[in-house]
Ligand binder design. Structure first.
Ligand code: SF4
Length: 260
């Protein structure tokens, strides 16, 4: 059996095992991001992201949509990661940057700014001057799914990208904020595979959930915090307010050792 990193046929982006064969060998986040953006492992998502990029929303007819997998965003030595769900069809799939260009992102970046984790409260496009302070934004699924609903198979196919991203962040990573139950469920097996000791029964997602995960190898513990996803369904109904998100980010920044 061929092992990861062993010589063999070059991975082909259209193959279902492209993430599993490509991600583990990436030496840094720049390489990971570059390989990730070539990925075509999920036929349904490839078709959707490219169809949306051509048909476009009327308000964005002048845009050249990104239409590819959207890589993580933020410094490679971040002590804090924020894990969402997947790019939005007319947000990240249009702009090419996580959470950029949609209402969820507007809400999220305002909260990051209020918590001292971003240099500005707004985000509109790559090159808008936005910088994150000690935070890496990513997702368990890197392509926009129809109705914002990836299938379990798509989530699993994309997992090697997230696993390698967190592995590369590991020297600096102290805390992860997970936005929503989907991201929580996707992340737990990644953390378990990476040697984090998960309590039994497994920690349940909820807004304000906070679990400390020891490292079975004797390394530093990791703080896992839950936050409702800033979807319009949650923010328009008042289930999630800006103050609630800022509180979670402040708590995460504190346990991650980030000055605010
Ligand atoms: Fe590749 Fe992930 Fe996009 Fe699937 S969702 S095509 S695994 S980047």
């Amino acid at each position: 059996m061929r092992t990861h990193g062993a010589p063999g046929p070059r991975p082909v982006p259209d193959d279902g095992d492209f993430p599993a064969r490509s991600a583990p060998g990436c030496q840094d986040l720049a390489e990971l991001d570059a390989r990730l953006t070539q990925c075509r492992a999920c036929p349904r998502l490839v078709s959707w992201r490219e169809e949306v990029a051509v048909s476009k929303r009327s308000a964005f007819q002048d845009w050249e949509y990104w239409g590819r997998p959207v890589p993580g965003f933020g410094p490679p030595d971040a002590p804090l990661a924020v894990v969402g769900l997947a790019p939005a069809a007319h947000g990240g799939n249009r702009t090419g940057r996580m959470f950029t260009g949609d209402a969820s992102g507007d809400f999220l970046f305002e909260a990051l700014y209020a918590a001292g984790l971003a240099n500005q409260p707004t985000c509109t496009h790559r090159g808008d001057g936005l910088e994150l302070r000690g935070v890496r934004l990513t997702a368990p699924v890197h392509c926009a799914p129809p109705q914002n609903r990836p299938t379990p198979a798509e989530r699993d196919a994309c997992r090697p990208w997230l696993a390698r991203e967190l592995e590369l962040l590991r020297p600096s990573l102290r805390a992860v904020v997970v936005l929503g139950a989907f991201g929580w469920q996707a992340l737990l097996p990644v953390l378990s595979d990476a040697g984090r000791q998960l309590p039994r029964p497994r920690p349940v997602f909820g807004h304000g959930a906070h679990v400390v995960l020891p490292d079975s190898g004797g390394g530093r513990e990791l703080h896992l915090l839950g936050c409702y996803h800033p979807s319009q369904r949650n923010t328009f109904t008042g289930l999630l307010t800006l103050d609630m998100v800022v509180d979670v980010f402040r708590q995460a920044a504190a346990v991650a050792g980030l000055e605010q």
